[in-house]
Design a protein around this ligand. Structure first.
Ligand code: FES
Length: 165
């Protein structure tokens, strides 16, 4: 039994190793040159990079796990923690900060009962603080998934969040 098979036999209900094979082998030919694209595809599948998936990937493409973690932690786009179905990004760049971004962030934290970088227990939302998302004149700005909310007031937070399942 090779290393990949040994890992494949582990009991981990959240990982479907056949799906991983479809990504690593099927889409990217087990080629370590495609590491970043493979990680992007795994994150798209699970909404984060599960540890067993990274261990399995390391064996499949014959790259040390430490190197894979190095890449996964270098790029802010990757997450090693489970993330919610909806990513709420509150901008606290200078323009948004002076226009009350902190108050909006506090209201989001209160409403969801989570802090920066945390995910609600039901997996519905993850809250992230960002520094400028390029539309400063609309500050304060909140981005939820691909939707932008400009000039948002803290009293609008609950209504906006309620639109997301
Ligand atoms: S500072 Fe918030 S979008 Fe630029």
């Amino acid at each position: 039994m090779n290393e990949a098979s040994a890992i494949q036999n582990r009991q981990d209900p959240e990982i479907d190793f056949r799906q991983l094979d479809d990504i690593i082998e099927g889409q990217f030919g087990n080629d370590k040159e495609n590491l970043i694209m493979i990680l992007q595809a795994i994150q798209k599948q699970y909404n984060y990079l599960p540890k067993p998936a990274l261990t399995y990937l390391a064996a499949k493409i014959k790259v040390p796990v430490s190197k894979i973690y190095g890449v996964a932690t270098f790029y802010a786009t990757f997450s090693l923690e489970p993330r919610g179905r909806n990513i709420v990004s509150i901008c606290l760049g200078t323009a948004c900060h002076v226009r009350g971004g902190d108050r909006v962030r506090d209201r989001i934290c209160e409403t969801l009962n989570i802090g920066d970088g945390q995910t609600t227990p039901d997996g519905r939302f993850t809250l992230e603080t960002v520094r400028c998302i390029g539309c400063c004149s609309l500050g304060p700005v909140v981005k939820i998934n691909d939707d932008m909310y400009g000039r948002i007031g803290s009293d609008e937070v609950a209504k906006v969040l309620n639109q997301y399942e």
